[in-house]
Write a protein that binds this ligand. Structure first.
Ligand code: SAH
Ligand code: SF4
Length: 364
């Protein structure tokens, strides 16, 4: 069987894995052990050393009919301040994606990709500028988190002897943002399937409250998220408070107009009781005036909301400039004082290695 035709184990939920073992006439106990090796020990092979408690015949069958869909990294780059690491990962078909690890005080976050490229074409985004190639599979999304978790674990002193020690490690991956390459709600099924695997309490056990999905505003996806009552955090990229302003930055605003988007956000918050994070890329002279701040304040009036301001990061295809810190602070003050609207200015991280928001692209 060719490698890519084999079952990717990272595509399977714990229940899928159990069902597969039953089909093979193997004990479900072995399925549970394999799950532990995959997500607690972060095993990288089917060898007896990596999976000592699995009988040889099980390991042989796994090696013949399945694969560990780990993604080889073609390149790993660290930012000069040491807070950010970017991984260029190679996929089976030769395509590539980028994943980013960000260290903040007291927490580590992995920024995960959902597609190779993106079809949404936002003018200031490097991923949008490269166009769309394909969706990632659930296994390719899970493998990014596993890779970051392994990378954290292997850099964690001191080494412990327990092969299942990853889970107990203080260096465990706890936060994920689906803000890498691609539009996650344009790849809804694979993204949700991956999230189910990542959340499994007997595995990587990422808390839903520590998973944030960012969308450009794919209305059917937002409404489906609401219907399915998925407890993850939702961020919606707004960038402008009028249909015309938004259309100039985000071409898909023509397909999903601002009024309809805000109605969907209202439905989401009413159905789930959850606030939405609204992202606003601050571009000097374009959407960073006091009038812009008041327009977003009006637009979000009455909604459970927090605004995340992201000073523009440079990309080759767009020559706008980021808003200065003082102007960003003034924008924030208007939101807070006139609209009681909480906001944050995103810390700029990894810009020297093109690992900031909107800078991820194939060429790296
Ligand atoms: N496709 C999703 C998630 C990926 S982009 C979305 O668009 O929401 C994550 C965030 O980075 C989005 O808010 C996006 O608008 C923002 N972004 C894109 N390009 C950027 C750039 N050059 N500088 C700053 N933020 C950018
Ligand atoms: Fe795609 Fe998001 Fe980039 Fe827009 S900002 S092109 S939706 S990845």
């Amino acid at each position: 069987m060719s490698t890519s035709a084999r079952l990717n184990l990272y595509d399977l939920t714990r229940e899928d894995l159990r069902a597969q073992f039953v089909r093979w006439d193997f004990s479900p106990v072995h399925a549970a052990r394999l799950w532990n090796y995959l997500y607690l020990a972060l095993a990288d092979s089917f060898s007896a050393e990596a999976m000592p408690e699995l009988p040889e015949k099980v390991r042989r069958r796994l090696a013949a009919e399945t694969r560990l869909g780990l993604l080889p990294t073609a390149r790993e780059t660290d930012s000069s301040d040491g807070f950010t690491r970017k991984y260029l990962m190679t996929l089976d078909d030769g395509e590539a994606i980028e994943t980013v690890l960000m260290r903040f005080t007291g927490r580590v976050t992995a920024c995960i990709s959902s597609q190779v490229g993106c079809a949404m074409g936002c003018v200031f985004c490097a991923t949008g500028q490269m166009g769309f190639t394909r969706n990632l599979t659930a296994g390719e999304i899970v493998a990014q988190a596993v890779h970051v978790a392994r990378s954290l674990h292997s850099s964690a002193p001191p080494k412990q002897s327990n092969p299942l020690c990853y889970f107990a490690s203080a260096h465990r991956l706890r936060n994920i943002v689906l803000m890498g390459m691609g539009e996650p709600l344009h790849n809804y099924d694979s993204v949700m399937h991956a999230i189910d695997i990542l959340r499994d309490e007997a595995g990587l056990a990422l808390g839903a409250e520590r998973i944030t999905l960012s969308t450009v505003g794919v209305i059917p996806g937002i409404l489906r998220l609401a219907r399915e009552q998925r407890p993850i955090n939702l961020a919606v990229s707004l960038h402008a408070a009028t249909q015309a302003g938004r259309g100039a930055l985000v071409p898909v605003a023509k397909r999903w107009p601002l009024d309809d988007l805000m109605a969907a956000c209202r439905t989401y918050s009413e159905t789930t009781g959850r606030k939405i994070f609204y992202e606003w890329t601050l571009i000097e002279g374009k959407n960073d005036s006091a009038a812009d701040a008041r327009a977003v304040g009006e637009l979000l009036r009455g909604l459970p909301a927090q605004v995340n301001l992201i000073p523009l990061n440079p990309t080759t295809g767009y020559d706008g400039a980021p808003t200065h810190t003082t102007a960003a602070k003034a924008f924030q003050r208007i939101l807070a004082e006139e609209f009681k609207l909480p906001s944050t200015v995103r810390q700029r991280r990894g810009i020297d290695i093109a690992a900031g928001c909107g800078q991820l692209a194939f060429a790296g």
